[in-house]
Design a protein around this ligand. Structure first.
Ligand code: GLA
Length: 389
């Protein structure tokens, strides 16, 4: 049975019938390079995946919201209402779709009807492949489709981010929602987060594939650490702004940073800002390399990105470092780094096809031996943005 049939059948079981429903999909994402640059006015280079969130939805005649997730069966149907939308601990995962509905309201889009919504995601939970942004974008996509709101896919990304910042309290940048809303098969998106200008770049990897290694370490305190990094960068920026007129760390070249870094009053903040500046420049170089069909150089820059995230930005941890450092030892690995926020989640590697089995075997064994539990591996494909199925 295909995913569409599965979710339709479950919808009918949970909500009594599936009259008047439509089925939707929004992808997850993986970032190839450009990490922790999106809230620093820098560049990112993510792509949408063919795994993501499937949703079944229909309008109701009243203002009620009924939600069901096949990923959290034990929670059953969670009810809410369009009146007085606010984040509630007991609402669990439904705070994401509720947040998006609230955000539409804030942006002046009045949602006239309640809805029944069922979700089923095949993005591994807590993996750092943006299952929450995928839920946000699919929700916005549903609202646009059901109520005819005049919003672009970029707007869907911005509304998703707004809801995550203001409703769910994570100060994330625009990368995840943008990559998901704007995804294009076989392409990564070279996005300048300073002005949201972007360009698609084909991920021509010849005889290699993208392999995601999931550490299975839950992010735990990740969100608060994330917000902490963000404010460290903001402080560093304001210190540099005392000596030079820039808008964001993304405005600086490496040389300029070396000239102005003395303005930063704290050694830790110097390293945080250094990462933001150098990672942005690395991302620009990596896309250039890809355009020149220099996948080797692209991989080398991925490796440098990891080192910077490990030593200067300090968002990796033993699990992600083990996955990456073991990957580097495998013959046929072109590049490997942590991806996403860090503090757990997963790594992304470019691996020659002939080396994939060896990679999984070698990295998997070494990881389990050192960390004490297993990692999971996924060979992924780059897919499109949200669609109606
Ligand atoms: C998370 C955030 C993104 C981005 C990455 C780090 O995925 O949601 O906005 O900051 O971390 O690159």
């Amino acid at each position: 049975m295909g995913m569409k049939e599965t979710v339709l059948e479950k919808f009918a079981e949970v909500f009594g019938d599936s009259e008047g429903v439509k089925v939707y999909f929004a992808p997850g994402r993986v970032n190839m390079i450009g990490e922790h640059t999106d809230y620093n006015g820098g560049h990112v280079f993510p792509c949408a995946l063919t795994i993501g969130t499937y949703a079944v939805a229909r309008k109701r005649d009243d203002r009620k919201l009924r939600f069901y997730s096949m990923n959290f069966d034990a929670l059953g149907v969670l009810e809410s209402s369009l009146e007085n939308l606010k984040p509630e601990k007991e609402a669990g995962w439904t705070n994401y779709p509720k947040g998006v509905m609230w955000a539409f309201g804030e942006k002046g889009f009045e949602i006239p009807n309640g809805m029944d919504i069922l979700l089923n995601g095949n993005i591994p939970n807590g993996s750092g492949l943006s299952s929450s942004a995928s839920v946000e974008v699919v929700t916005g996509f549903i609202l646009r489709d059901l109520f005819g709101f005049d919003v672009t896919n970029t707007d869907l990304a911005l509304i998703g981010q707004y809801s995550e910042n203001k409703f769910n309290g994570v100060n994330c940048g625009i990368m995840d929602q943008f990559a998901i809303a704007m995804g294009k098969k076989d392409n990564a998106i070279f996005l300048d987060t300073a002005d949201l200008s972007y360009e698609y770049a084909p991920m021509k990897l010849e005889n290699a594939k993208i392999v995601i290694s999931c550490s299975n370490k839950k992010r735990g305190l990740g969100d608060s650490k994330y917000n902490e990094r963000r404010s460290e960068c903001e402080t560093a920026l304001s210190e540099i702004q005392q000596v030079v007129g820039i808008n964001s760390l993304g405005d600086l070249t490496e040389e300029q940073f070396e000239t102005y870094k003395a303005a930063i009053q704290d050694e830790v903040r110097v390293r945080r800002a250094k990462h933001a500046v150098y990672e942005n420049q690395r991302t620009i170089k990596a896309v250039e390399a890809l355009k020149n069909n220099d996948v080797e150089l692209f991989g080398k820059l991925m490796n440098e990105s990891h080192v910077s995230l490990r030593d200067d930005y300090e968002v990796t941890g033993e699990e992600l470092d083990t996955l990456v450092e073991e990957a580097w030892k495998v013959d046929g690995v072109i590049g490997s780094r942590m991806t996403g926020a860090g503090f757990g989640g997963c790594t992304v590697s470019i691996v020659k096809e002939e080396a994939i089995d060896r990679f999984i075997e070698q990295v998997g064994t070494a990881y389990e031996k050192k960390i004490g539990y297993a990692a999971d591996f996924y060979v992924v494909e780059i897919g499109d943005g949200p669609v109606i199925l």
